[in-house]
Design a protein around this ligand. Structure first.
Ligand SMILES: C[S@@+](CC[C@H](N)C(=O)[O-])C[C@H]1O[C@@H](n2cnc3c(N)ncnc32)[C@H](O)[C@@H]1O
Length: 355
């Protein structure tokens, strides 16, 4: 099988997903119990670390996602809301700002680097250096405010180091209490990225996240979900395997890097359908292939992910830690000796709450 071809990202407008049906929000979804999703223990609790190294990995990942996507908000959302060009490298304020304050929420934010980058791209550069006291709040409400929530805020900067327009909140996306009342119908944009290991219980769990995002939006608001298209994963640079042993090695190289079985991740390709089922209109999906260089760098970060998984097993006194340690050593050898790189396409799904 030929390795998947990589192309530079182009920015075509969204291909419409397969005509999503517009249905009312799904009532009363029952999630599987958090601690026991069927035969998928890794999805029961978030398996990655919040160590300084893990934080550095998230920061590096953000840079590589930006390198490939070249947008923070999909151009469809930008133009729909008449936002300035959101490329972090473009000069800010190159079009008029929206007249009413825009509220954005980044779910499972991690380091809060996505909202920080978005704010930077939308607001003029600050004249006060980071080590000074924060400047006084502007007298009028900022044109954009962002809430960044996560089940743990260990990886976000302390609030005193955040710009006034960005607030953080500790929130479990699966909180049994549901969406806090002050967040219902409160936002213009809901964003979530890299929630593969956050979603619990496969498709039902993903649908619940989409449903909660929908309920947090004002009519006319947009939801954007950036995810890894794990079903499209392949090995780059590898010569076509000629023997059964080579085929098995390549399969091992791919499989060992998945932290959950593909069976439980099929919801990623179902996202446009789930958006439609929950009630979103104007649903679109863009597959981003990215650059070969990013794939090579992301491969290195993937070994850090495996290291975090290994340390989790070891801390829990589980034997799997040894197996993952061996996998990392073997995988790094395959990268160095054979030039193998696991490649996973990225996918961006958007939908609009009817106005
Ligand atoms: C892979 S990181 C992605 C972080 C960020 N979205 C990014 O792209 O850089 C996943 C994040 O989800 C958070 N998380 C895990 N379970 C969660 C839950 N039930 N509710 C909210 N956040 C959760 C983790 O704490 C972590 O920060």
């Amino acid at each position: 099988m030929k390795p998947p071809a990589l192309a530079r990202l182009s920015h075509p407008s969204f291909r419409s997903s397969s005509t999503p049906r517009l249905l009312p929000s799904s009532p009363g979804i029952t999630l599987p119990p958090r601690n026991h999703p069927p035969s998928c223990s890794l999805l029961s609790t978030y398996p990655l670390s919040r160590s300084p190294l893990s934080t550095a990995r998230l920061i590096a990942q953000h840079a590589l996602w930006q390198h490939d996507l070249r947008f923070l908000l999909h151009p469809t959302i930008q133009s729909s809301l008449s936002l300035p060009t959101l490329s972090p490298t473009s000069p800010p304020h190159n079009t008029t700002s929206p007249t009413t304050p825009l509220r954005i929420h980044d779910l499972a934010t991690g380091t809060a680097l996505w909202p920080l980058s978005l704010l930077q791209s939308l607001t003029p550069p600050s004249t006060s250096p980071a080590h000074h006291d924060p400047p006084p709040q502007p007298p009028s409400a900022p044109p954009i405010t962002i809430t960044a929530s996560d089940i743990s805020l260990l990886q976000t900067p302390h609030p005193s180091f955040l710009p006034p327009a960005l607030e953080t909140a500790e929130w479990d996306i699966y909180s049994p209490a549901g969406v806090p009342p002050h967040w219902v119908s409160a936002f213009d944009i809901i964003h979530i990225r890299l929630a593969l290991l956050v979603v619990q219980g496969g498709e039902a769990g993903a649908r619940e996240v989409v449903r909660r995002g929908y309920s947090m939006l004002r009519p006319g608001g947009w939801m954007q979900w950036d995810e890894l298209d794990v079903e499209g994963a392949g090995v780059l640079n590898g010569a076509h395997p000629t023997t059964e042993a080579e085929r098995a090695e390549k399969a091992r190289f791919l499989r060992m890097q998945e932290l959950a079985s593909l069976e439980h991740l099929r919801w990623v390709r179902r996202l446009p359908g789930l958006f439609g089922e929950v009630g979103f209109g104007e649903v679109g999906r863009e597959s981003v292939e990215g650059e070969r260089s990013s794939a090579g760098l992301l491969q290195m970060l993937q070994f850090l992910v495996m290291q975090e998984e290994m340390e989790g097993f070891e801390m829990a006194g589980k034997e799997e830690g040894e197996r993952v340690r061996g996998d990392i050593e073997w995988g790094r050898r395959m990268v160095a000796e054979r030039g193998w790189v696991r490649y996973v396409p990225k996918v961006v799904v958007v939908g609009r709450k009817p106005g």
